[in-house]
Design a protein around this ligand. Structure first.
Ligand code: FDA
Length: 277
């Protein structure tokens, strides 16, 4: 059932998807699934997959997305820094980019600190970026700090269960904040990603760009593999850049559960197909 959202188990499966997307004019970012590893060995093995990916995506409009807890963050920030800085160095050599995904709120500050530290090395400038979640009350301040550093941001709504002290509980507040943050990003002159399948958020982004005469090529929309393919293609036809997040690997369960939780209708959809087979 997870194949609705996951490209497959192997690197080759993700590359096949990336090549197909490339032919359709869609960019990709590849995610080797996994989080919260429990030994340095596991973290290093996870990084090896990314090193192979960075070599394999040469020639494609593709980059990689990773999670710090997969790179050993729970075992020590030093370990995660060593591993991720090795990957960013590889991305610099390969002329590509590493996006550090944002996980639950216990990791927000540590992720910001890590990405800022990596980006502060002059050779890494423009080759490592971060994700900001519009549901977090702190995000506006964080964006201001990141923009001052010139760091590329992916803006999304946020996928983890958070308490109301930390995150806006209602959809309308999250959406309102998303639009406010999107405007900060588009006005910054830095190349960012607006990651959503919400047509209202996409419309607000297009309208703001048009009103402010911001070039369609100066930012990109981002969507998840398997979600709203029709919209992905339509945006490309209309001259926008679109990047698809392509997860793959055997550790698909937490990712899959977050996708189901986002949209209860998915459970029904999957169950129906399951029983039909
Ligand atoms: P919203 O949830 O309001 O959904 C709007 C519409 O989109 C729905 O009505 C439906 O049509 C469609 N849709 C949304 N989710 C769907 C689903 N699961 N299945 C089918 N249809 C769906 N989060 C995070 O915390 N850290 C991160 O690093 C990232 N990274 C990331 C990368 C990219 C490229 C994307 C697109 C998203 C993320 N996310 C994320 C996930 C994000 O925070 C959010 O949970 C989802 O994108 C769903 O929110 P929407 O903006 O799509 O809006």
């Amino acid at each position: 059932m997870s194949s609705r959202f996951v490209a497959g188990f192997r690197i080759e499966d993700a590359l096949t998807v990336a090549q197909t997307l490339d032919k359709q004019g869609l960019f990709s970012t590849l995610d080797s699934l996994g989080e919260n590893v429990s030994s340095p060995d596991q973290a290093r093995r996870a990084a090896q997959v990314y090193h192979r990916l960075l070599d394999a995506i040469a020639g494609l409009n593709s980059n990689v997305s990773l999670k710090l807890t997969q790179m050993g963050m729970d075992l020590g920030e030093g370990l995660a820094f060593d591993i991720v800085s090795g990957l960013v160095r590889h991305a610099v050599e390969a002329g590509t980019f590493v996006r550090v995904d944002m996980e639950g709120s216990p990791y927000t500050q540590a992720t910001l600190d890590m990405v800022r530290r990596l980006h502060a090395l002059p050779e890494n400038r423009g080759h490592v970026g971060i994700v900001i979640q519009a549901y977090l009350r702190r995000s506006q301040k964080d964006i201001a700090t990141l923009l001052a550093d010139g760091i590329r941001i992916r803006l999304c709504k946020g996928a983890y269960k958070e308490p109301p002290e930390i995150a806006f509980p209602g959809k309308s507040e999250v959406d309102q904040n998303f639009v406010a943050l999107m405007k900060m990003l588009l006005k910054s002159g830095i190349y960012h990603g607006i990651a959503t399948h919400d047509e209202a958020m996409i419309r607000a982004t297009k309208d703001f760009a048009a009103a402010e005469r911001i070039d369609r090529g100066s930012f990109e929309f981002q969507m998840l593999y398997g979600i709203r393919r029709d919209l992905q293609r339509k945006l490309v036809q209309d001259g926008y850049k679109v990047r698809v997040y392509v997860p793959f690997g055997e550790q698909w369960y937490p990712y899959f559960m977050r996708r189901l939780a986002e949209r209860p209708a998915n459970v029904l959809f999957l169950a129906r197909n399951f029983f039909r087979k």
